[in-house]
Design a protein. Structure first.
Lengths: 231, 231
DNA sequence: GATTTTCTTGACCAAATGGTCAAGTCTGGA
DNA sequence: TCCAGACTTGACCATTTGGTCAAGAAAATC
């Protein structure tokens, strides 16, 4: 999926048939891999690839460092695995909400709501993603240039259809997506700054509600999308 | 300015009177400090504080590592100095463009244009800023909670005045600023992603022009700000 | 219950890291 | 010309880093 995630087998010793993703077989492995991935996500999201140490990740995961290296041979491989898990989620919301037959105002509203919910519920993937891209995105370049690009092209066609149908004011649909990503993810990536400006310790529900509403109103008014009033 | 930038003197050996910011005295020092700061900004912006090595910064600056440590005793101190230089620029545009007597459409347009120009001309400060805030913003917390918060409060009052005068649709002015920052800075921070999606090697003038126009139209239409047509 | 496979972990290593130091060179003023 | 202070730099050091290893514990398989 990524550049060169797992050169050889995923770990030094691997269950013969990796296929059974559930069931009792490999339960220990799965549990530990999950613990490590979660810890890694958090540490990478805070310090980036270079700044994170496998020792810290292992400590956070509650396993000895040697055990971490039993499941993930190198830091690179661990990093790639973490990114890989994030990428899937990334595309999901976009793909599901932006559909030709949908009402633009509703679709955009829903998409914004989902992205905001993600920023609130689990900001760390967004932060790790940001750090990776800021650093040049070497590890995700293939993903960006293939899957993401393809999906964006598909979705911009949908948006162009909406514009052609007179449902939206003319806008560059690709940049429109950039803007939605930027606005929604800023509540995850820049949470520290937002909290500081608002004189809060952390972002609460009210902040996310106001944020959602602000984005929605800018986008929908900005595009002249008439919202169907529903009770 | 920052948390604890320069505990003692700025460097081990300092010119007696640090006041003369120009003139031939201390010319060597100034030249070298500048070289190092520039290199540091670039490396920190790519790898964050933990990931950057003083050796790499020194190499990039073209000085031996020991020389770097002559001007900046610790990596911390160097990092603080780099951030310090960035902070000043950060506030400038906001302060200058958002003024009570200004026409809202023009003021917002100009502000967006300046932020976009900054993202294009020198993306690295924006990236370093982002990495720092994503990491929790420990080093800039005092700045965020004091100077930035104060300025934001002042400027949101201006925007509220515009709204009260019926020049803008109602909007949460603080979040409006968050949105403008997010949208304009995404062209610096996420340049790699944008370039990949657009199938370009790097962002050219056209991309920034389209981006500016997209932001402007979303904000101005979104807020119902009537633009005075000028020739 | 025996045997094979997976998992666990303390001890270890080479490389890289931030930072120091002392011995030098350069520069500007008296 | 001399000299004090500013600057330069190779060599060095303690610590941290990613990663290995071997010996054993625990599970799974038969």
């Amino acid at each position: 999926m990524l550049g060169k995630p797992t050169r050889k087998p995923a770990a030094r010793n691997q269950v013969a048939s990796d296929g059974n993703a559930n069931g009792p077989a490999g339960a220990i492995r799965r549990r530990n891999v999950e613990k490590i991935l979660k810890a890694a996500e958090s540490v990478f999201a805070k310090k980036g690839f270079a700044g994170a140490s496998t020792a810290e990740i292992a400590r956070k995961a509650g396993v000895p460092k040697a055990n971490l290296h039993y499941y993930f041979r190198t830091k690179q491989e661990l990093y790639a695995s973490v990114l890989d898990a994030i990428l899937e989620v990334w595309l999901d919301a976009l793909d599901q909400e932006i559909q030709p037959e949908a009402d633009p105002a509703t679709a955009l509203s829903n998409y914004i709501a989902r992205k905001m919910a993600a920023s609130q519920r689990s900001p760390e993937p967004s932060r790790l993603w940001a750090i990776e891209v800021i650093g040049g995105g070497r590890h995700v370049q293939p993903f960006l240039r293939n899957r993401l690009r393809r999906l964006v092209k598909e979705k911009t066609t949908v948006i162009e259809g909406w514009i052609a149908a007179g449902k939206l004011k003319p806008v560059n649909p690709t940049h429109l997506l950039f803007m939605i990503w930027a606005m929604t993810q800023t509540y995850a990536d820049f949470a520290a700054q937002i909290a500081a400006v608002l004189d809060k310790k952390s972002l609460d529900d009210a902040v996310f509600a106001t944020g959602s509403e602000t984005i929605r109103s800018l986008i929908l008014n900005g595009l002249g999308a008439r919202q169907k009033i529903r009770l």
